[in-house]
Write a protein that binds this ligand. Structure first.
Ligand SMILES: NC(=O)c1ccc[n+]([C@@H]2O[C@H](COP(=O)([O-])OP(=O)(O)OC[C@H]3O[C@@H](n4cnc5c(N)ncnc54)[C@H](O)[C@@H]3O)[C@@H](O)[C@H]2O)c1
Length: 258
C-alpha cells in the first residue's frame, strides 16, 4: 500500500528540480501523477522515469500562465481519471537579480504572473472538482524568500509572500469542502534554478564559507529536491488530515539562526 494509492495528483513545473522529485515520489506512493510543464521534452523524460519504475504518469505541455490551456488540461484530467485529489503549485521562475532601482516592470509582471497568479489560476481550476468530491489537497511551493529577502529578487519575494497569505485565505475559504491548503518553504536547494548566470550559487566560495563552513545553515549543507519532496507527499497523504493554512519550512535550520 502506498501513501497515495490511486490518487490523481497534479504537479506543475514537473520537468526538473523539485517538481520532478515530487512527481517521482508521488508515483512511488501509488499516485497517478499528472505533470504540467512548459518544457515537453523534460516532462516526457520524467514520465519515462516514472513508467520505468512501474508508476503511472501523464503529461500536459503548457505554460501555467495560459489560463485557457490550463483549463483544457484540467478538463482533460477529469475526463480521463474522473477526479483530482492533489494539486502541487510548484512551477516558478527566478527573476534576473535586480533591485527596485534597476528592475523592469516587464520582469516584475512576468514573475508575478508565473509565481503567484498561476498559483491562483491552477487552484481556481481544480477547487470546484475537489469541492464536488468533498476532498482535496492544494500544496503551494513557497520559499524562505517569502519572509526574508536576499535583496535582489523583489518580485520573487512578493510572489512567495503572497502565496503565504493566500494559503491562509484559501484554507479558510475551502475548509468546508474538506480541501486542505498548505505551503512548503524550501531554503537553498540544489536544482537548475540555483544556477544564476551559469554559476551554481550554492557552490561559490562566499556561499560555502558563510552557509556551510560557518554553519549559517545549521545542518551544514544545501538541500536536495529529495529533502523537500517527502514533506510534500506528507501534506498530500492521510497522515496530514487536521492541518490546513500552514507553512512547513524545509531549510536545514537556516531561518532558525541569525
Ligand atoms: N531552488 C531553490 O533553491 C528554491 C528555493 C526555495 C524555493 N524554491 C521553489 O521551489 C519550486 C521549484 O523550484 P526548482 O528549484 O525545482 O526550479 P527549476 O527552475 O529547477 O524548475 C522549475 C520547473 O518549472 C517549469 N516552469 C517554469 N515556468 C513555467 C511555466 N510558466 N509554465 C510551466 N512550467 C514552468 C520549468 O520549465 C522547470 O521545469 C519553485 O516554486 C521555486 O520557487 C526553489
Amino acid at each position: 500500500m502506498g501513501l497515495l494509492d490511486g490518487r490523481v495528483c497534479i504537479v506543475t513545473g514537473a520537468g526538473q528540480g523539485l517538481g520532478r522529485s515530487v512527481s517521482l515520489e508521488m508515483a512511488v506512493e501509488g499516485a497517478i501523477t499528472v505533470l504540467i510543464e512548459r518544457n515537453a521534452e523534460a516532462a516526457q523524460r520524467v514520465c519515462d522515469e516514472i513508467g520505468a519504475a512501474d508508476g503511472r504518469a501523464v503529461r500536459y505541455s503548457l505554460d501555467v500562465t495560459d489560463y485557457d490551456a490550463y483549463a483544457e488540461a484540467v478538463a482533460g484530467v477529469v475526463q480521463e481519471f474522473g477526479r483530482i485529489d492533489v494539486l502541487v503549485n510548484n512551477a516558478a521562475i527566478n527573476p534576473k537579480p535586480a533591485t527596485i532601482l534597476t528592475d523592469t516592470l516587464e520582469d516584475w509582471r512576468r514573475t508575478i504572473a508565473v509565481n503567484l497568479e498561476a498559483v491562483y489560476m491552477g487552484s481556481k481550476l481544480v477547487a470546484p472538482h475537489m469541492a464536488k468530491q468533498n476532498s482535496g489537497r492544494i500544496i503551494h511551493i513557497a520559499s524562505i524568500q517569502g519572509f526574508a529577502s536576499s535583496g535582489d529578487v523583489g518580485s520573487y519575494n512578493a510572489a512567495k509572500g503572497g502565496i503565504l497569505a493566500y494559503t491562509k485565505s484559501m484554507a479558510v475559504e475551502l475548509g468546508r469542502y474538506n480541501i486542505l491548503v498548505n505551503s512548503v518553504a524550501p531554503g537553498f536547494m540544489v536544482t537548475p534554478m540555483s544556477v544564476i548566470n551559469g554559476v551554481d550559487e550554492t557552490t561559490t566560495p562566499d556561499f560555502v564559507d558563510w552557509y556551510i563552513t560557518r554553519r549559517k545553515i545549521p545542518l551544514g549543507r544545501s538541500g536536495l529536491p529529495e529533502d523537500v519532496s517527502g514533506t510534500v507527499v506528507f501534506l498530500a497523504s492521510d497522515y496530514c488530515r487536521y492541518m490546513t493554512g500552514q507553512l512547513l519550512v524545509v531549510d536545514g535550520g537556516l531561518m532558525s539562526t541569525f
